[in-house]
Design a protein around this ligand. Structure first.
Ligand SMILES: NC(=O)c1ccc[n+]([C@@H]2O[C@H](COP(=O)([O-])OP(=O)(O)OC[C@H]3O[C@@H](n4cnc5c(N)ncnc54)[C@H](OP(=O)(O)O)[C@@H]3O)[C@@H](O)[C@H]2O)c1
Length: 261
């Protein structure tokens, strides 16, 4: 899995994505987002997850520039908002303009829109080719919606970003994605902080001398997902990135797997 937050795994289009990303929802646009992004990059993160719907793309671009880390070393994902699906190209151009970047590494359909799934995917495919959009994918898509896309796709989705933690995950969907060569990104990997005091999680954390948050992120990585914990606190960011020096044993993985049932 690699040795740090910069570790990458290959995607189906020949690119490679850092396995740990900073989630940026719901950090306020402007200074708060710029500060969090620059901080994360200085701590070794190389992957930032944003969306038009988060309203903080300007802050993300500013944070990347302020960090001093070369653009080429940073993976930036943004997303097509649902209401923009009928005019994806314009929405993409506007996102790039807000980010003030020449390209994004990954552009995702944020949510499937009933009746528009394949039409929107064609529009996403049309964004590839001029170097401004290096990979395309989806978020919150079901097996049926992915199958619909795969039946007509000229370019397969590189990722499906879904809610994924021991307290709630769809193993069948993750297995389907793996079989189809679609990487899974885990959002809300810390359950928005809601389950960090869970007793079983605490017991596992104590066994490894790690925090509950670190166990949740490590669990997501060992499930072969790309983990996207959000934090705007340097201490938490550092803690969340210190997950590459231990391994959760199979019996503890099974204990964690059972938390959602
Ligand atoms: N595609 C989608 O539809 C979708 C939906 C939801 C989320 N996402 C993406 O996934 C990212 C993460 O999901 P999320 O924001 O819902 O929740 P999350 O990452 O599961 O949890 C974030 C919460 O945990 C706290 N936290 C972070 N590190 C901690 C630590 N080490 N110890 C204790 N508390 C800690 C954060 O507070 P502090 O900031 O104070 O550290 C924040 O309150 C989002 O930011 C977004 O980029 C995507």
């Amino acid at each position: 899995m690699g040795t740090g937050p910069h570790s990458r795994i290959p995607l189906n289009n020949g690119t490679a994505i850092p396995v740990l990303g900073l989630g940026t929802w719901p950090i306020a646009n402007g200074e708060p987002t710029a500060r969090a992004v620059a901080q994360a990059l200085r701590l070794g993160y190389r992957h930032i997850d944003t969306a038009k719907m988060y309203g903080n793309e300007e802050g993300v671009g500013d944070g990347v520039r302020a960090s001093g880390v070369p653009r080429s070393e940073v993976w930036i994902t943004t997303k097509l908002a649902t209401g923009d699906q009928p005019h994806a190209r314009r929405a993409f151009d506007e996102s790039l303009a807000r980010l003030r970047l020449e390209y994004v590494d990954l552009y995702l359909v944020h949510w499937p829109a009933p009746g528009l799934v394949t039409r929107t995917w064609s529009a996403m495919e049309a964004l590839c080719g001029d170097g401004r959009c290096r990979a395309i994918g989806v978020s919150n898509h079901s097996i049926d919606q992915l199958a619909e896309i795969l039946r007509m796709a000229k370019i397969r989705p590189a990722v499906n970003q879904i809610k994924f933690s021991p307290f709630g995950f769809d193993q069948e969907l993750a297995d389907y994605c793996r079989r189809e060569g679609i990487a899974v990104e885990a959002y809300s990997p810390l359950t928005k902080g809601r389950n960090l005091r869970n007793r079983t999680l605490g017991e596992v954390a104590r066994r490894y001398g790690k925090s509950p948050a670190q166990i949740l992120i490590r669990w997501a990585l060992q499930k072969q997902t790309i983990a996207l914990p959000k934090s705007e606190q340097a201490g938490h960011m550092e803690e969340n990135a210190a997950v590459f020096d231990f391994e959760i044993a199979a019996d503890d993985m099974a204990r964690l797997d059972a938390l959602g049932t």
